[in-house]
Every structure is written in structure tokens, then in C-alpha cells.
Design a protein around this ligand. Structure first.
Ligand code: PMP
Length: 285
């Protein structure tokens, strides 16, 4: 696979980053994952805007313009022949040549930028979406700026491992008795046809898929309520699902061992997945 690192397209074995890179030493970096459908980028604009915001919140400078980013994304998709899959983009505060808590001077230390593709044929037709997945609930002990998409993913990674050990697929995170989000996705329930999901704040990542799905839902005259919910309420809901750029809309059929609704993916999640995929294919660039 051809990857991109600091201005160069290279075979993955030849791409290198310094051991002093602050992404490696301190998780001092941000990322984005953009999905590819029909060889085109889904919601590139949304991801580029969130990236800009993440960089701004951390006082980091973008290493290139949005136009240049788009070019790099497209070039990698073309070089690697990706029809369906994802593009991972990471920008860190660079490699100052030593370890220091103080941020390096951005005039002398350039950010490190890395992109690579992940080929996932059949991503849109994922059979898992027809069965739904199971989640466990765990305490949300992450930091307080979850709206910034940083590469500090140790706890979400541990959460997935806890789920695996418990025989489940993923974990939903709970703070003060309410679900914040999934380890790598936004969480929803459906009650009496109404779609309920936590409101935006610093407590959750502002999902690009979330924004699109809520827009499509409202356009389709479905009712949306942005508020928090508990695990108990989710277990007693008609449906549950999550959204992310890599899984689109994914039904959740079991929470902490209790079946949600019929124990099968519900009609609202199925319909939203279909609308999301159709619309995304139409607007991908
Ligand atoms: N929340 C978290 C914690 C995530 O890691 C992700 C995916 N990166 C999401 C939500 C979903 O965001 P998006 O729809 O932009 O992929």
C-alpha cells in the first residue's frame, strides 16, 4: 500500500516518523477517518472542518490547506484502488528532537502529517448490520474534551477489549448515569418512532455521521430529540443504534445482556442506514 507522510507518497515499509514525535510520546495529535464509497470521499468537507476545529482547540497549525488535503485523499484512493474503505489522517505536533512537556515552537517544529487507506470491500453491505451488535456499558473515565478528536485512544481501546472479554461487540460509556457515546461512535435509541441522542457538548465527539443522519431524519419528517438517556432507558427502548464514519448506521440489539425491542434490528435504524448510504453515495466527491 502507498501511504503519505510529510509531503511524500511512499510504500508503507519506507514511511518513517521520528521516535521524538509528540504523537508517539504524548498522544499530542488529532485524526480523522473518512469513508470511501464507489471510490469517492463521504462528507470530506465535514471531516476537514472538524479537523480544523480540533487543531485550533490544541493551538496547532494545519500543515496544508483543505484543498491540498482533498488532493492527498484522492491521490491515495487512486493509487491504492480503493472502492470501499476508509482513509485515516493524523496530524501531530511534530518531532522537536527531544522530549519536553512544553509545546515546541511551531516556527521550528513542523507538524507531522500521515495518511493511509484501509481497503474494506463490502463495507456498505456489511452483513453485521442485518444482525445488529451487542454492547456492554462501562464507566466513562476519559478526559473532559471529548469534542477534540485526539489520538488518545487507550481507554476506548480498553473498552473494546472489556466488551470482547464479556462476549459482546462494543461498549457504551456512561457518566453520571447517562450514556455519553460508544467507544468510537455516537449512541442513539428510538422510542415511539422518536430518535433520541445526547446533545452536543464537550462530553462527546461531534460525529460527522451523527450530523448527517440527524439531518436526513429531520428531512424525512422523523422526530429527533437531543437529550441524554440511561442504560435502563436504552434497554427498554424500541430500538438502539450507533453511527460512525466507518460503520455508518449500526443497529444495537443487546445492552448488558438485555435484548432491545425484538432483539432484531429495528425499522428506524434500517431505514436511516439506507438513507445515509444512498445520500452519501450521491454527495461523495
Ligand atoms: N464518538 C467517538 C468517541 C468516536 O471515536 C467516533 C468516530 N471516530 C464517533 C463518535 C463518530 O464520529 P464520526 O461519525 O465522525 O465518525
Amino acid at each position: 500500500r502507498t501511504v503519505y507522510v510529510n509531503g511524500e507518497y511512499l510504500p508503507e515499509e519506507e514511511a518513517k516518523v521520528s521516535i521524538f514525535d509528540r504523537g508517539f510520546l504524548m498522544a499530542d495529535g488529532v485524526y480523522e477517518v473518512t469513508s470511501v464509497l464507489d471510490g469517492k470521499l463521504v462528507d470530506f468537507e465535514g471531516h476537514a472542518k472538524r479537523l480544523e476545529r480540533s487543531l485550533g482547540e490544541l493551538e496547532m497549525k494545519a500543515p496544508c490547506t483543505t484543498g491540498e488535503l482533498l488532493e492527498i485523499h484522492r491521490e491515495l484512493v487512486a493509487r491504492n484502488g480503493i472502492e470501499e474503505g476508509m482513509i485515516y489522517l493524523q496530524i501531530t505536533r511534530g518531532s522537536p528532537g527531544d522530549r519536553d512537556f512544553v509545546f515546541p515552537d511551531p516556527e521550528t517544529t513542523a507538524p507531522t502529517i500521515v495518511l493511509f487507506t484501509q481497503n474494506k470491500p463490502g463495507l456498505a453491505d456489511n452483513p453485521v448490520a442485518k444482525q445488529g451488535i451487542s454492547v456492554i456499558s462501562i464507566e466513562d473515565i476519559r478526559w473532559g474534551r471529548r469534542d477534540i478528536k485526539t489520538v488518545q485512544l487507550l481507554y476506548p481501546s480498553m473498552g473494546k477489549m472489556m466488551a470482547k472479554k464479556a462476549g459482546a461487540d462494543d461498549a457504551w460509556l456512561v457518566e453520571d448515569g447517562k450514556v455519553t457515546e460508544g467507544t468510537s461512535n455516537n449512541a442513539y435509541i428510538v422510542k415511539g418512532g422518536k430518535i433520541i441522542t445526547r446533545a452536543l457538548s464537550n462530553d462527546i465527539l461531534h460525529g460527522i455521521t451523527r450530523a448527517a443522519v440527524l439531518r436526513f431524519a429531520r428531512e424525512a419528517q422523523m422526530e429527533v430529540e437531543e437529550r441524554s438517556f440511561s442504560i435502563e432507558e436504552a434497554q427498554g427502548a424500541d430500538e438502539a443504534f450507533f453511527t460512525s464514519a466507518s460503520a455508518f448506521v449500526m443497529p444495537v440489539v443487546k445492552i448488558d445482556g438485555a435484548e432491545v425491542g425484538t432483539g432484531k434490528p429495528g425499522p428506524v435504524a434500517a431505514r436511516l442506514r439506507e438513507i445515509y448510504l444512498d445520500e452519501s453515495r450521491k454527495t461523495a466527491i
